[in-house]
Design a protein. Structure first.
Length: 349
């Protein structure tokens, strides 16, 4: 706590626009927010906090922020203004649900959640667009029919676009553990990364730190279990690759976000692959389905099975993503199931 307060005081002193009176109020807000968010900031990797954020609006002191933004306390010379689409500039804003969301760009694209349907899943995506401007425009502009609750920028800033209580349109046709309407029960987090079609760069550390902090908060607030923090590719394996095999799920798991086990090493041995028909394929499909994947249990290793295996590997065994169920893939799936509460039986619940 002492470290956090000292850090904040130093950062606010460094802001050229702030006078003595503002110093006082910003520091007071910092103290309050640190107390509210509790000890999570002093734990492990979260010490590498991406930025200092305040969820309290200071419109007069924030010349670099766009309409609908909140003061972020971030050095304006190091960060670009957020690209707010023209059509969204005058949309009604809202108070962010996450205390570490520094900005709000309200999206036009969302609906109501079905009555009584609890949120119990987080779906992580990459934006898959060449730049952040086009990603924000696509997720927020009227008429695109897509959105997400949050966008996490490469510099670690977190923008909220849809209130958590509303149903964002991020997952599309999807399935997990018996649920066919993933949008209705999930929070969608878009991570800015140009994706496989545009060179697929590494995810910067500060962006991952921000994703971890954001997810931890959502999991705590909405009581979402770790095993239900998933990739878009997990819930839509025939259509989606995101956030992809470069996404560091192990780092998230080290901070209590997502279910993950050390993948079994790749070695020679018998494999199940496209075209195989056997009882072993059927058992393997049953195991995938028990974990939550939407896979036909037919005993035939068809293209749908191969797509699910590819998605599984992107998430849980990223060293080789080929859709072939080798010994390492089988062993990794079994240790995942074995490490679930209730020995895997809870997964489909
Ligand atoms: Zn996606």
């Amino acid at each position: 706590m002492r470290f956090a307060l000292g850090f904040r005081a130093k950062r606010s002193l460094g802001r050229p626009q702030t006078g003595p009176a503002l110093h006082l109020s910003v520091t007071a807000v910092s103290v309050k927010k640190t107390l509210i968010t509790g000890g999570s900031r002093s734990r492990g990797p979260l010490v590498a906090w991406p930025a200092v954020h305040f969820a309290v609006p200071f419109p007069d002191f924030c010349p670099y922020m766009s309409v609908g933004s909140f003061a972020s306390g971030v050095d304006s010379k190091r960060q670009r203004a957020l690209p707010v689409p023209r059509a969204n500039a005058h949309m009604k804003t809202f108070t962010p649900d996450s205390s570490i969301a520094s900005d709000v760009i309200p999206s036009a694209n969302y609906g109501d959640r079905p009555r009584g349907r609890q949120v119990d899943m987080i779906v992580l995506h990459y934006t898959g667009m060449p730049d952040v401007e086009s990603a924000v425009a696509r997720l927020c502009s009227p008429g695109t029919d897509v959105s997400a609750h949050y966008i996490v920028l490469e510099d670690g800033r977190i923008v909220q676009c849809v209130p958590e209580a509303k149903r964002a349109w991020h997952a599309g046709v999807s399935f997990w553990a018996g649920e066919e309407d993933v949008n209705s029960c999930s929070i969608g987090v878009e991570i800015v990364n140009s994706g496989h079609d545009w060179g697929y760069p590494d995810f910067p550390l500060r962006q991952i730190a921000a994703v971890i902090a954001l997810c931890r908060g959502i999991m705590l607030r909405l009581k979402i279990p770790s095993r239900r923090v998933l990739a878009h590719s997990d819930v839509a394996p025939s259509r989606k690759k995101d956030p992809g095999e470069k996404f560091p799920w192990h780092s998230l798991a080290n901070s209590g976000v997502g279910h993950w086990v050390q993948p079994a090493p790749i070695m020679h041995g018998e494999t199940l692959k496209l075209g195989t028909i056997s009882g072993n394929v059927e058992s393997f499909q049953q195991a995938l389905a028990r974990y939550g994947y939407g896979v036909p249990v037919s005993g035939r290793y068809d293209s749908a099975t191969m797509e699910v295996v590819t998605a599984f590997q992107r998430h849980f065994r990223p060293a080789r993503v080929d859709g072939i169920a080798d010994q390492s893939t089988l062993a990794t799936l079994h240790s995942l199931l074995a490490s679930l509460p209730g020995d895997g039986k809870a997964a489909a619940g």
